[in-house]
Design a protein around this ligand. Structure first.
Ligand code: IDP
Ligand code: MG
Length: 148
């Protein structure tokens, strides 16, 4: 089953959105396979966002991500990478549809509350980076009520 890496950024934690965000993924029917609250250092944040290192906003992005604890999660389910991105909404909250997490809870692109992997391959890399210890091995007893 497909997995994605979802991270509630420091602003989401500070603003008390952790329960709300987890609830949206849970109620959709996805399965929580990994969860931890942690503060990452600069080198780790730079590794996570390595693909963006040439961008003018890179230093500010790294400062933002290391500014406080984040909630790192692995969610599992059919098409969870693409659907997770839809639940999160467009990168710039000014363009995120109402009903999405960023559309409902954010204003500025540099404080957009949440990260989600953009492809199955980046999800695999990000899960390996954030959860080197591995994730939980369990399956929900609700499975037959969510999948045909
Ligand atoms: P994504 O988070 O929707 O995948 P990316 O393009 O991968 O968007 O950018 C990673 C993060 O970098 C964004 O979520 C946002 O926090 C930040 N970011 C992207 N573009 C800008 C910008 O133009 N100014 C400031 N921050 C930005
Ligand atoms: Mg991205």
């Amino acid at each position: 089953m497909e997995q994605t890496f979802i991270m509630i950024k420091p602003d989401g934690v500070q603003r008390g959105l952790v329960g709300e965000i987890i609830g949206r993924f849970e109620k959709k029917g996805f399965t929580l396979k990994g969860l931890k609250l942690l503060t990452v250092d600069q080198a780790f944040a730079e590794k996570h966002y390595a693909d963006l290192s040439a961008k003018p906003f890179f230093n500010g992005l790294v400062e933002y991500i290391i500014s406080g604890p984040v909630v790192a999660m692995v969610w599992e389910g059919k098409n969870v990478v693409t659907t997770g991105r839809k639940i999160i909404g467009a990168t710039n909250p000014a363009e995120s549809a109402p009903g999405t997490i960023r559309g409902d809870f954010a204003i500025d692109i540099g404080r957009n509350v949440i990260h989600g992997s953009d492809a199955v391959e980046s999800a695999r890399k990000e899960i390996g980076l954030w959860f080197p210890e591995g994730v939980a091995n369990w399956s929900s007893s609700l499975h037959p009520w969510i999948y045909e």
